[in-house]
Design a protein around this ligand. Sequence first.
Ligand code: ADP
Ligand code: ASP
Ligand code: MG
Length: 414
Amino acid sequence: MALIVQKFGGTSVGTVERIENVAERIKKFRDRGDDIVVVVSAMSGETNRLIEMAYQIDEKPNAREYDVLLSTGEQVTIALLSMALNRRGVPARSYTGTQVHILTDSAHNKARILDINELNMRTDLDQGRVVVVAGFQGVDEKGNITTLGRGGSDTTAVALAAALKADECQIYTDVDGVYTTDPRVVPEARRLEKITFEEMLEMASLGSKVLQIRAVEFAGKYNVPLRVLSSFDEPNFDSDGVNGTLITYEEDKMEQALISGIAFNRDEAKLTILGVPDKPGVAHGILGPVGDANIEIDMIIQNIGADGTTDFTFTVHRNDFVAAKAVLNRVSNELGAREVIGDEKIVKISLVGVGMRSHAGIASKMFKALAEEGININMISTSEIKISVVVDEKYLELGVRTLHSAFGLAEKQS
Ligand code: ADP
Ligand code: ASP
Ligand code: MG
């Protein structure tokens, strides 16, 4: 008998039928004797629908009210799932984030979990109930409803698993694990049996939305056994450990691949300020005001010019492109730069793997493979376990497929 936190994402609870299906699955675990805490997302498409309505009313919706609105999606699913469980003779009780008391800071739309009161949940579990918790939401110390950022139900699940010291946190979704890359883009992508926290964190931050970044951070920090699996497959109670993908520590016996996966991000935009006088303080003069405008900067490149001027390029989230360009135009005048140019149609493709630490030549292999397909690289950035390139949007699919095959990711590595 184990205590398991099971999280079901939007597609997994997308219709009444799917919710009934999830209830059946939970019943099987209960019949086996497991204690279950369930976290659910809003039905698929619901959060987007709510967001669209908010923007119809105000292009800068009030942050507090935005969270009140968005949190309703998950409230619908906890109630429906609890009804489906109760009707099957599986006693269940639903809780919103406020009712559990998932305490967060007050950063509306991207709040962080500070503390969880697990008392109510413990009492229910002791009395044989399944506890059904709304994902993606919490409450600040003043009682305001907060939300945790898109994909935040993953983080709710991991945080509950940590608070309850659960035996495992299972993230059920519409694919049966973490793949070498998004299987929607590369059908030959291969499911990984295991991936390290460190690699998963890179994959998530470089654009693989299969897990929210904070959920991976949290699981790594609190040592929560985390598994990604499909809600569309039958539970396989005989095959302990081989279902889905386990996120684990490097010390464990791992398939020590050079490259574990390829992540990509379609939400990037690039800005360049040309002909800036090349003198100390220029980088701060440009990026300071961008930071002051609350715009996050990703990659940065500064070129050395021959005539005492320099060109400076950086990338931002596509949603911030217009605002960043406005800041740069202003800065350009102040600094006496020549011109500001921008490109909204770029993407970032990244290779991730802990094996990179001990192997040279991966970058050159990557650049060669892209060159052979005529894909021009605009920017490059590297760290210990990843290499990222920025390319034109039109090369995204080709670039990812090319690298996936150049590094032989479809085949199991030894
Ligand atoms: P949920 O609604 O269950 O939270 P998400 O849409 O957030 O599901 O995440 C699952 C999706 O993540 C998959 O359908 C897949 O297209 C995408 N994805 C991106 N990268 C990967 C990857 N490396 N492995 C598996 N899925 C990935
Ligand atoms: N419903 C929220 C979203 O769509 C949270 C989640 O699904 O994890 O982002
Ligand atoms: Mg998700």
